[in-house]
Design a protein around this ligand. Sequence first.
Ligand SMILES: Cc1cc2nc3c(=O)[nH]c(=O)nc-3n(C[C@H](O)[C@H](O)[C@H](O)COP(=O)(O)OP(=O)(O)OC[C@H]3O[C@@H](n4cnc5c(N)ncnc54)[C@H](O)[C@@H]3O)c2cc1C
Length: 302
Amino acid sequence: MYELIIVGAGPAGITAAVYAARKKIDFLLVTQDVGGQTLLSSDVENYTGYQFITGPELVAKFEEHLKQFNVGLKKDEPVERILQAKEGHFVVETKKAAYSAKTVIVASGRRPRWLDVKGEEPLRNKGVSYCATCDGPLFSKKNVVVIGGANSALDATLQLIHIASYVYLININPELGGDPIMRDKVQAAKNVKVFNSAVTKEIFGAQFVEGIKFEQNGVANELKVQGVFVEIGSIPNSNIVDFVAKNNNGEIIVDNLNRTNMPGIFAAGDVTDVPEKQIIVAAGEGAKSVLGVSRYLYQSGS
Ligand SMILES: Cc1cc2nc3c(=O)[nH]c(=O)nc-3n(C[C@H](O)[C@H](O)[C@H](O)COP(=O)(O)OP(=O)(O)OC[C@H]3O[C@@H](n4cnc5c(N)ncnc54)[C@H](O)[C@@H]3O)c2cc1C
């Protein structure tokens, strides 16, 4: 029986692990990968201490820090569900094993939202992608479309303009959202065309993506492209736990000590209802959650 199991090793989970190790809590870190969404970020310019660092470089720094401690890490081991056991203890189940703990920090982050149009599912990984950082290089000198209009779509577009011949941006709103600096860069690029008030209707192609159909102000249109990058936001990885309160977006509701409504279950980072989804915020929440766990374990006498 561990004192604590941390689920997820993004900025929230890794920071929680560093804090737990320094507090000498007996814990296990169970995760699908190490790094989470930060691995997908090409430029990080808002993590204090680094004026510029790539996401993978920042993750390498996090890992270096983690390796200072003797952390029990179960990697490539996605959690299938968290269960309540008797006497307020919990069981974290993966395909390979079941681990018991007095407390759990859910730091499982988010995953991309699907577009949900005809052709998306059959052409997934056949030209349809949710990660420009990972798949962008496959589209060298090809035409691609990015679907979305906020920061993740702008980030994808800014990566793709250096790889693809031409980048179309399909934005459902009348104007682009996101950070003004990124918007300006997209609008200044020579190989980008933005379609505002445009709704994607279909992705088509026999074996691989050949194009998309969309409507702009009610007028049907079509683009011939080889790649489709869906960048319309993300959803929380919260379905592994069904006995804590969540908001309408499926985010786990936490208080300012990162407690959920179930004593012993804490949550941190992008999986929670904390509105700011940022690396530094997730890291801070990860730290706070362990301080909350420590208080719970040692002050409540659990
Ligand atoms: C393309 C992109 C660019 C970004 N750029 C920036 C930026 O420049 N600056 C910034 O501050 N923020 C940026 N962000 C946001 C930032 O990456 C997130 O806010 C941050 O990573 C959230 O950290 P987290 O630890 O809460 O979750 P995540 O990073 O999502 O990590 C979740 C962890 O949980 C694991 N996991 C998920 N499900 C399970 C499961 N069932 N079992 C076990 N483990 C599981 C994952 O493998 C991962 O290790 C960007 C995001 C994206 C997508």
